[in-house]
Structure formats: structure tokens, C-alpha cells
Design a protein. Structure first.
Length: 262
């Protein structure tokens, strides 16, 4: 559904995106990862039309997005930091957003799922950060958008709300939605993501499954595998034996960096 070709973006002398090629066209949950400054936010905002690339193309559902805004009706967006007037109540905010779109919103099941009924008439400025995040999740999911873009969706959520979010994501994935997330919580990514796109210095360093990345670094969990990349991205992965890791009593070799730089 989203295809990106040779996307480039600079801010002054800083090259943020350096010819990104990326296809996000199959259903499922895709996690865009990378260290600070790798281009994650710029890439997300480019897809949303909030940043205009210097060159390259982005297509959504087969149509280029440059100079167009109508494609946004196909998106549900959860920003990392959402700013709404503090004097609005939860009810007023949802109705305000609904008045801006032609589609019929469906927020009742989401309000119930995330326990927001007691806060329906509370002003946003009186809500905790976690409760505000629940409101933001409702805003992102209340239209039946085929593409969902979620920037740090777990921020501020308690364990109950986190389980509700995971359940919602699984349901939407089962319905064939394309879901793009960013997150610094590797346990969440490992559990939920079907595919990882790892950005480094404005380019796609790795695209593939979490399991394939763990296998290449001989790790049983995603977080240590990511840490291996960040320690020295262009060094060959160390053999498992050097990490004192064994599998069925034998060490397993790991592929060369060329297989990871894809």
C-alpha cells in the first residue's frame, strides 16, 4: 500500500534521508526502528505529507501523494506527542475531529475497551498522560482506515491498557490492515511486529523478520541483536562461540554483514 523510491530529504547541510527504497505493501505490522537521528520521524512525516521530500516518490494505494491530501482519508495516525486544547473534554475532542471528516466514526467500542467512559466529560488538561494516550488511540482507530501509522503507541500505557492495545492490533492485523509502528520498546516490537525496517544514517540497513535478525546475530531476543548492530554496524557479526552461546551443544555460524545490509 505504501511504496517509497529513492526518497531524499535534507535540513540545511544535514542529510536525513539518503535515497530510501522501501515497500510496505503487505498486510501486517511493520516496525520502523533505528537510533535517534536515523530518519524514522522524517520518513513517517513524509508518508503523512507533513514533510516534503527533496526528491523521490511516495505512493499510497498506487497513487503518488505529492501535492495531494485526499489520501489521508485512508490513514489512521497516532503521533508521538499529540497536542489538543486542554479545555476540551474527551467527548468534545472526538466530536470535533469527527466534524472534520465525512466518514462515520466508530468510537464506542474503543471507549469501552480502553475504559474511557468515566472520563467522557473530563477536560484533557485534567487527564493523566496514560489516559490522554488512550484518547489518542481512539482517535487513530475510530475510522476504518486501511493504513495505520502509530508513533510510540505504548507511551504511558499501564499493563491493562497495553494488553488492550495489543489485542486491538492483532484484530486489525487479522482484518488485513497495514500497520506501521515506531517504538523504543523492543519487547513490544518483538512480540507484535511481522517485519522490521531498521534505519541507520538515513538508509535502510535491514528489512526482514525479527526472527531472521536474531538468527543472524545468534541471539534469542531482539534487543541484544539490535544492540549488536549499534555497537558496530559495519563489522561482521561475531561467531556465536565468541559470545559463549550454544545451540544443542554446538555453535552456529552467522552470516556476513553483506546479508544484513539489505
Amino acid at each position: 500500500m505504501v511504496n517509497i523510491q529513492q526518497l531524499r530529504k535534507s535540513f540545511g547541510r544535514l542529510d536525513v534521508l539518503k535515497g530510501v527504497d522501501l515497500a510496505l505493501d503487505t498486510p501486517g505490522i511493520k516496525a520502523i526502528l533505528g537510533p535517534n537521528g536515523s530518519g524514522k520521524t522524517t520518513l513517517m512525516k513524509s508518508i503523512l505529507g507533513m514533510v516534503i521530500p527533496d526528491s523521490g516518490t511516495i505512493t499510497v494505494a498506487g497513487d503518488p501523494i505529492r501535492g495531494r491530501w485526499d489520501y489521508r482519508s485512508q490513514l489512521g495516525y497516532l503521533p508521538q506527542i499529540a497536542r489538543f486544547p486542554d479545555n476540551l473534554t474527551v467527548r468534545e475532542l472526538l466530536h470535533f475531529v469527527a466534524d472534520l471528516r465525512k466518514e462515520e466514526p466508530h468510537w464506542d467500542p474503543l471507549v469501552e475497551r480502553f475504559g474511557l467512559t468515566p472520563f467522557w466529560h473530563k477536560r484533557l488538561g485534567h487527564l493523566s498522560g496514560g489516559t490522554r494516550q488512550k484518547v489518542n488511540i481512539v482517535l487513530a482507530f475510530m475510522y476504518d482506515a486501511p493504513l495505520l501509522m502509530l508513533d510510540e503507541p505504548t507511551a504511558g500505557l499501564d499493563p491493562v491498557a497495553l494488553q488492550s492495545l495489543k489485542g486491538l492490533l492483532r484484530e486489525e492485523r487479522a482484518r488485513g490492515k497495514r500497520i506501521i509502528i515506531t517504538s523504543h520498546i523492543m519487547d513490544f516490537v518483538e512480540e507484535m511486529a511481522d517485519e522490521i525496517v531498521f534505519l541507520l544514517e538515513g538508509t535502510v540497513y535491514y528489512q526482514g523478520t525479527p526472527q531472521a535478525l536474531k538468527d543472524r546475530y545468534g541471539q534469542s531476543r531482539l534487543e541484544p541483536a539490535i544492540a549488536e548492530i549499534l555497537r558496530d554496524p559495519y563489522a561482521a557479526p561475531r561467531p556465536v562461540a565468541q559470545r559463549s552461546a550454544h545451540h544443542n551443544g554446538a555453535t552456529r555460524p552467522i552470516s556476513s554483514p553483506q546479508t544484513i545490509l539489505s
